[in-house]
Write a protein that binds this ligand. Structure first.
Ligand SMILES: [Zn+2]
Length: 215
């Protein structure tokens, strides 16, 4: 069961990935983690990656595919895996497909979690964190807002609002996501493996839709 999750920021992709890894006993593979891990191995490929990163250059698609190929050969991937942060371009998607075909594998599900910009934005702009216990609140949500305005329920101290959690920054990230993924969504739709998931309600609802498709 090979899964790819696509979602704009604040659509709940991280939480959904966590639920899926537990429910189906499959790991989540992040290309960022793979690259960081690869630099510590000390073999030829590892040294090559280290040099590229030290020079501030981008690691090629070929190298990333090679790392994924090695990773999915490991025992914990025998039931499948969730790929995180990859592919981001059509070229990466095609090379990834080719590699899977070579090893007799394929992508099973690509889930695009769709969410309205205004809903996602209110999740972001309402976010408040307790600087003491790091508990996260959301003043725009009845379920997640603190009992007393802007105070941590447990510590009774003032909650913090991160500067980046504003509507303007969110809109930029949301639009960048749409621009980046539109061609990919098209690519996977043509292969009949893309499923649109409505992420506007809540996490439970998002997960139920995905589970219904898998089961
Ligand atoms: Zn607290």
């Amino acid at each position: 069961m090979n899964i790819i999750l696509l979602a704009p920021p604040a659509a709940g992709k991280g939480t959904e990935a966590q639920i899926l890894t537990k429910e189906y006993s499959i790991p989540q593979i992040s290309t960022g983690d793979l690259l960081r891990g690869a630099t510590e191995k000390g073999d030829a490929l590892s040294n090559e990656i280290k040099l590229i990163m030290e020079q501030g250059k981008l690691v090629s698609d070929e190298i990333i595919i090679e790392l994924i190929k090695n990773r999915i050969n490991e025992e914990d991937c025998k039931n499948g895996y969730i790929l995180d942060g990859f592919p981001r371009t059509i070229n990466q998607a095609e090379k990834y497909d080719e590699m899977l075909e070579e090893i007799g594998n394929k992508i099973d599900y690509v889930f695009a979690i769709d969410i309205d910009k205004s809903i996602a934005s209110s999740r972001i702009t309402g976010r408040r964190t307790c600087p003491n216990c790091n508990r996260i609140y959301n003043v725009n949500s009845d379920k997640l807002k603190p009992r007393n305005e802007n105070l941590c329920d447990d510590c009774n101290i003032e909650l913090k609002h991160r500067k980046d959690d504003n509507a303007e920054t969110y809109e930029k990230r949301y639009n960048a996501y749409l621009e980046e993924t539109a061609p990919l969504i098209n690519y996977f739709e043509k292969k009949n493996i893309l499923y649109h998931i409505d992420g506007n309600v809540d996490m439970c609802n998002t997960h139920k839709q995905i589970k219904d498709i898998i089961d």
